[in-house]
Design a protein around this ligand. Sequence first.
Ligand code: SAH
Length: 246
Amino acid sequence: MSDIRTISIVGMGPGWEEGMTFEAERALNDSDVIIGYTVYLDLLKDKYGDKEMLSTPMKQEVDRCRMCFDEALKGKKVAMVCSGDAGIYGMASIMYEISEEYDGNWNLVVIPGITAATSGAAILGAPLNHDFVVISLSDLLTPLETIEKRLRAAAEGDFAIAIYNPSSKKRHDYLQKACGILMEVIEEERPCGYVKNIGREGMSYKVCNIKELANEEVDMFTTVFIGNSQTRIIDGKLVTPRGYRK
Ligand code: SAH
């Protein structure tokens, strides 16, 4: 039987060092090579500068995965890094899919990280403190109709919503469109908020209502939060009650 080769798929949290788990830190320390998108490697350079670091340009995620298997076949201990959690719009699933192309005895270890929904929620207060859904507005890998269907269903289900990938250069009006769809069901005053650059330089947040949110400029490093029908603004923070006081 061939050797068991381990590749760690590491969620590094939102960006700041203390937002990384001990397990993630250990996997990076134990690795020979760290592979990831350049923005995330830059965040790790100070601490792991002695490691070999490899990347591919943005949108070449599949090549980046193949790079992991190719480097592991050379006998190196490989850690692939993703921002937030590796299994939430991250690389964990594609790593499993690509593993099927490579002969060998693979041991893929997924190391969870703090995802933008929870790190961003903590900054805004407690917007996801009841049932919630996470929806990405990116239509690169998901048809637009599916995204719109899920937005409507989330609003109809009265879920609090965390929105990932709310905007990009090509999709600058997607958040506005998403708010339009949600406002077919929910009222214009619904408390909302967003956080930019969580755990990174230039972090900022705003609490507003959904009508105002529709006109906000957000970028790809923003996570957006829509309250449910019970969400309130308390002392400037967004709070979705659990219901204890009823
Ligand atoms: N795996 C990541 C999500 C990758 S999808 C995670 O679990 O957090 C990329 C989207 O995640 C961004 O468009 C943004 O909506 C959100 N995001 C990731 N990191 C962020 C950060 N530091 N600040 C704000 N939003 C972030």
